[in-house]
Design a protein around this ligand. Structure first.
Ligand code: G3H
Length: 247
C-alpha cells in the first residue's frame, strides 16, 4: 500500500521570513489525513523548515550539486541538505532541464548524490506540448526516465519518487485528464517493473504535477497509479495546500 504524497514545490517564491510563519500555520492546522505532506523549498528556507516543520512535515530542496564536496562556487551538496534534515529533494524538474540545460545524465548523477545521503530523489519527467500532440509522449517520457535513472539503484522503493509533469501543464492551468495521467503513470510503473522488478515497482510512488488544484486533485488522486501530486502554485496558498492534503 503506497502512502499518498502531496509535495509542494515552492520554486522561487516567498522569502525565508515570509515562509517561517507559513510553516507554523501549516503545523498548527495539519489535518488528520493518510497523506504525507512535504515541501520542496529554496535552499535559504531550509533552516527555518528544520526548526518549525521538524519531523511533522517532510521538507527538502529543489536541486542539488552533482559534486559531493569541494571548490564549486554556488553549489549546495547532498551532505549539506542531509545535515538540515531534508527527506526529499527534486531532481530533473523541467524548469531546470530547459533553463539550465540539465541532461538526463546529469540528473542521474544528482539522484545518486542524494541517495548516498539517504535523501529520496523526486525525479521529474514529462513531455513538451509538441511531443504530446504528435503522440510520442509515452516513448519520450520513458526515454527520459531511462536516461535519468542510468546507474541509479535505490536500496528500496521508498527511496525513489517519480513525478510525471507534462511540460504543457505546468503553471498553465491546463491539466492532464485523470485518464491520460493514469495511462502515463501505468506506463511508468511498467517500465520500473522491467528495470527493478515487480515488488519494487509496486512500492514506488508516482506523483502527477501540472496545474494541480483543490478542484481537480480528487479525480487525479483517485487513479490507481497516481500516488499524489507535485504541486507548484497551489502549494503557496495555505488553504489550497491544506485542501490538497485531504483531497
Ligand atoms: O513542480 C511543480 C510543477 O512544476 C507544477 O507547477 P504548477 O502546479 O504551478 O503547475
Amino acid at each position: 500500500m503506497r502512502k499518498r504524497l502531496v509535495a509542494g514545490n515552492w520554486k522561487m517564491h516567498k522569502t525565508p521570513s515570509e515562509a517561517r510563519p507559513w510553516f507554523q500555520s501549516l503545523v498548527d492546522n495539519l489535518p488528520q489525513t493518510e497523506a504525507e505532506p512535504a515541501l520542496l523549498l529554496p535552499f535559504t528556507h531550509l533552516p527555518y523548515a528544520a526548526q518549525v516543520l521538524g519531523n511533522r512535515v517532510a521538507y527538502g530542496a529543489q536541486d542539488v550539486s552533482t559534486h559531493p564536496e569541494g571548490a564549486y562556487t554556488g553549489e549546495v551538496s547532498a551532505r549539506m541538505l542531509a545535515d538540515l534534515g531534508c527527506r526529499y529533494t527534486i531532481v530533473g524538474h523541467s524548469e531546470r532541464r530547459s533553463y539550465h540545460a540539465e541532461t538526463d545524465a546529469l540528473v542521474a548523477e544528482k539522484a545518486q548524490r542524494l541517495l548516498e545521503q539517504a535523501i529520496v530523489p523526486i525525479l521529474c519527467v514529462g513531455e513538451p506540448l509538441e511531443v504530446r500532440e504528435a503522440g510520442g509522449h509515452v516513448d519520450y517520457t520513458l526515454r527520459q526516465l531511462e536516461g535519468s535513472l542510468k546507474g541509479v539503484n535505490p536500496p528500496s522503493p521508498a527511496h525513489l519518487v517519480i513525478a510525471y509533469e507534462p511540460v504543457w501543464a505546468i503553471g498553465t492551468g491546463k491539466t492532464a485528464t485523470p485518464e491520460d495521467a493514469e495511462a502515463m503513470h501505468k506506463a511508468i510503473r511498467d517500465w520500473l517493473e522491467g528495470r527493478y522488478g515487480a515488488a519494487f515497482a509496486q512500492g514506488v510512488r508516482i506523483l502527477y504535477g501540472g496545474s494541480v488544484k483543490p478542484d481537480n486533485a480528487p479525480a487525479l488522486f483517485a487513479q490507481p497509479n497516481v500516488d499524489g501530486g507535485l504541486v507548484g502554485g497551489a502549494s503557496l496558498k495555505l488553504s489550497d495546500y491544506l485542501q490538497l492534503l485531504t483531497a
